[in-house]
Design a protein around this ligand. Structure first.
Ligand code: SAH
Length: 418
């Protein structure tokens, strides 16, 4: 990025330094990062992030991606983590002990994550799709590993872990022995952190699609051309819940993606299922999934707002709305609030008396209380009072450190509408 001072740049000098290539390792440095007085408390209690403005000074040599020790103002060791001075979060902790962070450490962390999933009964005969590693929640900030049957999809979002890709793939091979390891590291984070994004088969058999099963429902996933790692695993337990609430209901699944909610509802005895998504690809996927699982789903390619605006009022008994995030940044908050309020009002107008509304928000910037107030405002706008019957979050294979509010993105409210 910055050119050496006092020298004129040679003509063809690249604008940025070369990015670290695959497998190039960050060092486990001796450097220590000291916090300002009064800034250590959340970190002592389990928060994994150090914001730039909390840092007093760095002692010792360390480069981007290296592991550093984090100390409070008095020099007491809080833990160790990955360093990236280019980020607004220059240190992300991965351990609370004074221990080296090397390939063996990464393998042990992934084994620990695997043990938690085993404790949760994952995988099982009914479910082969689950999250093996959930970033900060498994003390590996910047690493997500999703498992789809005999394939694993690795998503890297921090420089420190991107530099240790090879060791991560080795560890995933040791723990799971998957037929294919994909890497799906999104460009946005890679650009922010300073490494090369990737969407590729990293190890093993090259396949465009892989098969998996979620609570007995057969799904096909495209790890490299779908969204995120190919599927929204975080909603699994809520999809199962929807299946339990669907008997006899006329069901509407808005923002359906792979059709997971609608498929559960169909199996749960729904009278009819309509699934709406604005993507033609999603609609084709839903149709294929319905056929594969012997379900009847009316898949409609439409904008969810437009669909709801023209839907027959009071014609659905169970409505799911699971939109993409409306608030990407704080500045989007007001527009997002209006969007969620209108969407919920429209959904409530389409709800029959005695219907159940399952309404979701995955905007990290909209907290749970705010979301509940927005839904209440939507109910007021539609003139349809509701009772909250459940508050839910991501499935249990998405653990989080205590007090890490930045990680609490997914909110789900289930309400009874009269
Ligand atoms: N409910 C899904 C996940 C939804 S992801 C599940 O359980 O797996 C969000 C989906 O919303 C994506 O499939 C995207 O194509 C769709 N989408 C985005 N904007 C939309 C819009 N305006 N109208 C309808 N669908 C939209």
């Amino acid at each position: 990025m910055a050119r050496p001072h006092g020298r004129r740049a040679p003509e063809r000098e690249p604008r940025r330094p070369p990015l670290p290539s695959v497998g190039e390792g960050g060092q486990d440095s001796k450097a220590r990062v000291f916090l300002h007085a009064g800034r250590a408390r959340p970190l002592w209690f389990g928060h994994p992030w150090v914001y730039a403005n909390a840092i007093d000074r760095v002692e010792g040599d360390c480069g981007p991606g290296d592991v550093v020790s984090l100390c409070d103002h008095d020099g007491r060791l809080i833990g160790r983590g990955f360093y990236n001075p280019r980020s607004q979060i220059p240190v992300r902790l991965c351990t609370r002990a004074d221990e080296p962070v090397h390939a063996g450490f990464l393998r042990a962390r992934i084994q620990r994550a695997h043990a938690l999933r085993a404790r949760l009964g994952l995988p099982s005969a009914a479910t082969s799709i689950y999250r093996l590693v959930n970033s900060e929640g498994d003390d590996l900030p910047g690493l997500v590993v999703d498992v789809f049957g005999d394939a694993a999809v690795v998503q890297l979002t921090t420089l420190g872990l991107a530099q240790r890709r090879a060791a991560i793939f080795d560890a995933v091979e040791t723990v799971l022995a998957p037929k294919t390891i994909y890497e799906a590291s999104p460009a946005g984070y890679a650009e922010l952190e300073g490494f090369e994004a990737a969407s590729r088969v990293a190890r093993g058999a090259s396949r465009a699609t892989v098969a998996g099963v979620e609570d007995g429902i057969h799904l096909e996933i495209e790890p490299l051309s779908g969204q995120k790692t190919g599927m929204f695993i975080d909603q699994r337990e809520t999809r199962i819940r929807v299946g339990q609430l669907a008997r006899g209901a006329r069901v509407l699944d808005c923002y359906a993606y792979a059709g997971g909610f609608g498929l559960q509802a169909a199996r749960g005895g729904a009278a009819a299922v309509t699934a709406v998504d604005s993507s033609a690809r999603a609609v084709a996927r839903i149709e294929a999934h319905a056929a594969r699982n012997g379900a009847t789903i009316n898949a409609v390619e439409a904008d969810a707002f437009r669909f709801l605006e023209t839907a027959t009022p009071r014609s659905f008994d169970l409505i799911v709305i699971d939109p993409p995030k409306f608030a990407r940044a704080r500045k989007d908050l007001e527009a997002a609030r209006k969007g969620y309020e209108r969407l919920n009002a429209l959904a409530l107008s389409a709800a029959a008396p005695g219907a159940i509304l399952v309404t979701c928000s995955c905007s990290q910037n909209v907290d749970a209380d705010t979301f509940e107030r927005i839904v209440a405002a939507g109910a007021k706008q539609a003139g349809r009072p509701l009772q909250i019957i459940e508050r839910r979050g991501p499935a249990s294979d998405h653990p989080m450190p205590p007090g890490f509010t930045e990680g609490q993105y997914l909110k789900v409210l289930i309400a009874y509408v009269y």
